[in-house]
Design a protein around this ligand. Structure first.
Ligand code: NDP
Ligand code: MG
Length: 381
């Protein structure tokens, strides 16, 4: 590479965002951070801007733009709900890392693709809510490189293989903190318990999604769009050790699996280094002491969110966006202590039942159903 890769990090103050900056810092000769975006964490954002000498910054919470400007006077600051998306299009970054959380990331995904930039995509909700529309905006092969660990694994297992030879995708799931528990047992688990994920340390929303298994439903829809494989050929399997990050099964019976340490810096870095590989400061897997790898069927009765997400994916059109919006509202309520764990599937199901799905023809269509579904979810709570 002749010059460092210029990257923009959207959601830089979050779990993926911070790890992306760690990766950038460990490869200063290869990566240069030129733009940052976050929602409201001004102190951390300002510190990141100073550390990485970034002068293009977006802040969703416009009321705090003044204090950010005071801390980084040399920076150009975009503020408001559309600031991250504006930055995704305007920045001179070659790669945009979209690590925003929730449907709020959809607009940035679309503007990045429309601007012809490469997208390192962590924000799975972009593909859940706007999958068909997003994929229709892809301008060149490899424009979207997945960051989600399972999808990074699948992307690598598919490398060099004909699409027609794929029989099934095996999407692995750790099972989350409540694996093995039954539905009644889970009605009143607390946010604190749900946030104790056995394998990964992540932002609060995805950690709750992992506890309900909603995350795996979102990921199945994400994989369906990214890899153009029907949902019916995406198999979800519980694998508690999270060593196999996912697998691709081919028509001749061959299965390619991607294994490695559970460290998000690996898929984040690969989304930047692809097609190269760079060294990473991670603890390697020692197969000699690993013991055994287990696989089992997911329990759809104990974890109804998984079935609801897959159902939304099968229905298609606007239904996944509606399912996702309802989930975002009720998960936020659960995290703030105003909803029970068992309210999550109840509200998602009620909002889905009330929706008449259609094929969205624009971003505004998706945003409109998203808003309406949030209103309904608040009522259902
Ligand atoms: P976090 O909650 O840790 O971080 C979210 C980031 O997005 C923060 O920087 C936050 O800013 C910012 N943000 C939130 N809403 C807005 C908005 N409206 N406009 C601008 N910025 C906003 O989330 P994670 O890092 O855990 O997850 C990010 C995405 O990556 C999710 O889609 C998740 O599913 C996916 N993912 C995450 C994994 C993980 O290990 N964490 C693994 C695989 C996928 P602020 O801090 O100021 O609020
Ligand atoms: Mg994942």
């Amino acid at each position: 590479m002749t010059h460092p890769l210029r990257i923009a990090v959207l959601g830089s103050t979050g779990s993926i965002g911070r790890q992306t900056l760690d990766v950038a810092a460990s490869h200063p000769e290869r990566v240069r951070v030129v733009a940052l975006a976050a929602h409201s964490n001004v102190p951390l954002l300002a510190q990141q801007a100073r550390t990485h000498h970034v002068t293009q910054i977006a802040l969703a919470d416009a009321s705090r733009a003044g204090s950010l400007a005071g801390l980084v006077p040399e920076a150009t600051i975009y503020s408001g709900d559309d600031a991250a998306a504006e930055l995704a299009a305007l920045t001179d970054a070659e790669v945009v890392v979209n690590a925003l959380v929730g449907a709020a990331g959809l607009r940035s995904t679309v503007t990045c693709l429309d601007a012809g930039k490469r997208l390192a995509l962590a924000n799975k909700e972009s593909l859940v809510t706007g999958g068909t529309l997003v994929m229709s905006r892809v301008r060149f092969a490899g424009q979207i490189i997945p960051v989600d660990s399972e999808h990074s694994a699948i992307f690598q297992c598919l490398s060099g293989e004909p699409h027609s030879a794929v029989r099934r995708i095996w999407l692995t799931a750790s099972g989350g903190p409540f694996r093995g528990r039954c539905r009644d047992d889970l009605a009143d688990v607390t946010a604190e318990e749900a946030l104790r994920h056995p394998r990964w340390t992540m932002g609060p929303k995805i950690t709750v999604d992992s506890a309900t298994l909603m995350n795996k439903g979102l990921e199945a829809i994400e994989a369906h769009h990214l890899f153009d494989v029907p949902l019916g050929r995406i198999k979800i399997v519980i694998h508690p050790q999270s060593c196999v990050h996912s697998m691709v099964e081919y028509v001749d019976g061959t299965v390619k699996a991607h294994l490695g340490p559970t460290d998000m810096r690996i898929p984040i870095q690969y989304a930047l280094s692809h097609p190269e590989r760079w060294t990473a400061p991670v603890e390697p897997v020692d197969f000699a002491t690993l013991g055994h790898l287990d696989f089992e069927e997911p329990d759809m009765d104990a974890f109804p969110c998984l079935a609801l997400a897959l159902e939304a994916g099968r229905i298609g059109g606007t239904m996944p966006a509606v399912m996702n919006a309802a989930n975002e509202v009720v998960v936020a309520a659960f995290l703030s202590g105003s909803a029970r764990f068992c309210d999550i599937p109840r509200v998602v199901e009620a909002v889905m039942e009330a929706h008449d799905p259609f094929e969205p023809s624009s971003l505004s269509d998706i945003e409109a159903v998203d808003h309406a579904a949030r209103e309904l979810a608040r009522h259902a709570l």
